[in-house]
Design a protein around this ligand. Structure first.
Ligand code: 13P
Ligand code: SF4
Length: 401
């Protein structure tokens, strides 16, 4: 069985850091075979699947899904393309999909249309008999790649030395299973963009200081809302002694922020918000908390993908929304809310290139495999890691409504 803890980037050697950056309009329109780096990192899917047109893919996926019936559940993250979302039994943000996996599905096969860390969490939270499948194993998360177990352990130990007390480790769910296990073992917890505030309250009930990784923006935005000043939220820069900080500053910190970020959400700017407000009077701006502090502060609202979808869907006809999150979700919200104006803050179309790797050809491939009695692309976390990661995930689920 492949090691589920392999780094996201090791699964996609043809994809450079720049490719994780916005790929502009091209990725949204190119046929599958022409995606950059395709030949280098997609060796396993049989060629026959790559030549199938959209109609045949649709028909065959629908037929395979019908044949598998209640043995199969398809989970779809909000950032998935429409051609995938239409086959999802459930769609949601990371928290909702983790909750579904934890308690609300008895299906034998869970095909997770999202990215690797989400499928890992589903595997950890489901029973050992249930099988979690990620249609394309190259669907990683560049932010999750920004923290690894050695660097985080080193940071945590240095903080223990400098502060005389171990910080409470808090990992964003966008992280590998071994980091969740690290939190489980060391009195820490997992959070998502839906519950980071409550999770930090829990962490402060356990100790004076939290070490928050890998997303500095979610940590900072959440800390600021709690009234924690920036001076008490230093950034830990990997590969620098003491993370590039004075020992005294670290000793006085409430939240030590890892220096990770999401390349998709980094693209949103205050200028884009100002432009939208100039152009449409009365417009509301809603962004994901992975955006920079200035952007979140200039917006009217911020929250998880589920919060964004719920808020826009529930708003009155005629409402206008400029949205700072991944474009597949924004376009879908625009289509599903024709009585409202909904557009992406960033005028350059910017999909999450790794979410985008779940193409219908991959979905069909893994479903056909199941029909033939073969499990393709199973995500399975080793037992020791899974046990401790579950401790941290269960802590989160138990304090989340
Ligand atoms: P949500 O949990 O809000 O869906 O966020 C996941 C994610 O990866 C956002 O970039
Ligand atoms: Fe990761 Fe950013 Fe894509 Fe979310 S949008 S899965 S954080 S790369």
């Amino acid at each position: 069985m492949p090691d589920a803890r392999v780094k996201e980037t090791e699964r996609s050697p043809g994809v450079s850091a720049q490719q994780e950056e916005c790929d502009a309009e091209s990725l949204a329109t190119l046929p599958l075979e022409q995606e950059r780096g395709f030949a280098a990192w997609q060796r396993d899917i049989p060629q026959a699947y790559l030549g199938l047109g959209p109609t045949e893919l649709d028909e065959r996926i629908a037929a395979a899904k019908a044949k598998l019936g209640s043995r199969l559940v398809i989970l779809g993250h909000h950032y998935q393309r429409d051609e995938i979302i239409k086959f999802a039994d459930y769609r949601g943000d990371s928290l909702k999909l983790a909750q579904l996996a934890a308690s609300r599905t008895e299906a034998q096969f869970i095909v997770f249309c999202g990215v690797h860390f989400m499928a890992e969490s589903a595997d950890i939270l489901t029973s050992p008999e249930q099988v979690v499948i990620l249609p394309n194993m190259a669907a990683g998360c560049s932010m999750a790649d920004m923290a690894n177990i050695d660097d985080v352990t080193d940071c945590w130990e240095q903080l223990l030395d400098v502060c005389g007390e171990a910080p409470v480790p808090v990992t964003y769910i966008n992280s590998t299973a071994d980091l969740k296990a690290f939190c489980g073992r060391n009195g820490g917890i997992v959070c998502t963009s839906s519950n980071a505030s409550g999770v930090l309250d829990w962490a402060f009930g356990q100790g004076r200081q939290a070490l928050f990784f890998p997303d500095q923006h979610l940590g900072r935005n959440t800390g600021l809302k709690k009234g924690i000043p920036l001076e008490q939220m230093p950034v830990w820069r990997r590969s620098m002694p003491l993370g590039g900080n004075e020992a005294l500053r670290l000793a006085g910190a409430r939240i030590v922020l890892w220096d990770g970020y999401c390349s998709v959400h980094q693209r949103f700017t205050v200028q884009q918000i100002e432009q939208a407000r100039r152009r449409y009077s009365g417009i509301k701006v809603i962004v994901h908390p992975e955006c920079r502090m200035e952007v979140v502060q200039a917006a009217d609202l911020d929250g998880s993908t589920e919060f964004i979808a719920r808020t826009i869907t529930g708003s009155p006809a005629g409402s206008q929304w400029a949205v700072g999150t991944e474009v597949n979700l924004v376009h879908r919200l625009a289509t599903e809310n024709p009585d409202k104006l909904v557009f992406c803050l960033d005028p350059v179309v910017c999909p999450c290139s790794t979410m985008y790797r779940i193409h219908p050809a991959y979905l069909l491939w893994v479903l056909d495999g199941l029909l033939e009695g073969k499990v393709i692309n199973r995500v399975q976390v080793d037992r020791e890691t899974a046990v401790w990661a579950k401790v941290a995930l269960d802590r989160m689920l138990s304090i989340t409504k």
